[in-house]
Design a protein around this ligand. Sequence first.
Ligand code: SF4
Length: 329
Amino acid sequence: MNQFQYNKANEPHSAVKLVAKDPDAHFLAGGTNLIDLMKMGVVNPTKLVDINHLPFSKIEKLPHGLRIGALVSNSDVADSELVKAGFPLLSQAINAGASPQLRNMATVGGNLMQRTRCPYFFDTTLPCNKRKPGSGCGALEGINRMHAIFGASDQCIAVNPSDMNVAMRALNATVHVSGPKGARGIPIADFHRLPGEQPELDNTLKNGELITAVELPYSAFNKNLSYLKIRDRTSYAFALVSAAVALHLEGETIKEARLAMGGVAHKPWRLSAAEEFLKGKMVSEGNFRQAAQIAMKGAKAYQYNQFKLKLAPNTLIQSLRIASGIAAS
Ligand code: SF4
């Protein structure tokens, strides 16, 4: 058994200080991911800093949007009337993830920090550059059915497992953090990383930085939307592919589209070129098919995930149909 020190933080500054001075220290919130990783020996912290008593448990209305504290549970976010009214895409995405029990425990901050579910990452007897830099990537030539088709490197082809993050990417969230050098806001597009040469780094947080809240700007994307998740079973499974779609429609014309995919990359994958294509176009099967074709440019599959090259565009097309109302959800 690995020994570790447990600390309960009563205010943000001391939590940041405790983690910043120890590279092997971790913040502990819901623990739904971290505790599993500790039990399996994937992560071996010297110190856990329990942040559950910090004042980050509110959902607040701002003049320009919504501020969701980092410690709000996934269930409370999904069930919030403020979220359901302003950001129903986020509610849908969260409810598509995990199980009710996990959603009750898991926090917004923890969901942003979720580690990949690549099986080689979880098995400490197998090579994995993310768990042990320089040891190799078992998935590259191994069982890579769940893995990336966009933005991978020869060091890592893992995907981000979160549903919440995909909706947040489509909704242009900003992640607020507090660290040894003060507070800052990170656009969600810059929060998660692609693996590149350093797959051990999932995000751009600096040493000791603590997520305090997420802000979502109000927009016209709260009426025509769909989060469609394709998985091996209909509950409690990670996405093979998911597609978050939000459309700002004026009659049958798409004024603007927000599109993001999950289960396809090391970060929630925004489909900017397809969004650009759909701007000003009519709602139509033909336009949705062309948008999906554009979205798939640059996709690359491995031995066991070739099926994603078809599944991804089909999921996007169906999600567009649902969001626009030309298909039932
Ligand atoms: Fe590890 Fe990434 Fe390779 Fe999976 S894909 S074995 S997480 S390096």
